[in-house]
Design a protein around this ligand. Structure first.
Ligand SMILES: [Zn+2]
Length: 185
């Protein structure tokens, strides 16, 4: 006869004599508790995945909370790595730290459960009609950053602009891509 040896319960950590080789919990209560916790974990994961699915794949710049969701890393860990410069980031202003998705993918592999694009993205066609653009002043006001910073970012990320009269305009789509994504902070 095979001698059964004590195991440690995966829920409470107490030693117990397993009823079968497959037993991992000391009691029915522990087994139930563990099941409940597993369900909570799965539910949280499903919620995170639902949020992650809302982040457009085409957005090159993602916020720290978004990066946390997409790559399954704790927000606090990411902020620490960003702070230490281990993950390069751009700071678009107070609470506007952005990480490049490409950089994250280079470090952590593909984002979780998101379908990858089948082919290279088509070259973007910019609509520089006035109604599809913000003026620099509008951008500064809308996103609470200085006009100087807006110009810097536009230059840095090669966002196309158009001068109409006295004002410089940039496509809404690109600007929204750059500065949005704060909703999870
Ligand atoms: Zn137990």
């Amino acid at each position: 006869m095979m001698k059964r040896i004590n195991k440690q319960c995966l829920n409470c950590g107490e030693e117990f004599l397993p009823k079968t080789v497959a037993s991992v919990y000391c009691s029915h209560i522990c087994s139930k508790k563990a099941y409940k916790q597993k369900m909570i974990r799965l539910k949280n994961e499903a919620e995170i995945n639902a949020l992650a699915d809302k982040i457009p794949q085409t957005r090159a710049f993602i916020s720290v909370p978004e990066a946390g969701m997409l790559f399954g890393i704790a927000k606090r860990t990411l902020y620490r790595l960003v702070g230490q410069g281990k993950i390069p980031s751009v700071n678009l202003g107070t609470r506007l730290v952005r990480i490049e998705r490409n950089v994250m993918e280079g470090m952590y592999g593909s984002a979780r459960s998101l379908p990858q694009p089948q082919s290279a993205p088509k070259k973007k066609l910019y609509n520089l009609e006035k109604e599809d653009c913000y003026s620099i002043g509008e951008i500064a006001e809308r996103f609470q950053i200085s006009e100087g910073s807006v110009y810097n970012h536009i230059r840095k990320y090669s966002i196309p602009t158009r001068q109409i009269g006295k004002h410089v305009y940039a496509p809404k789509m690109e600007i929204d891509n750059l500065y949005n994504g704060n909703e999870f902070i």
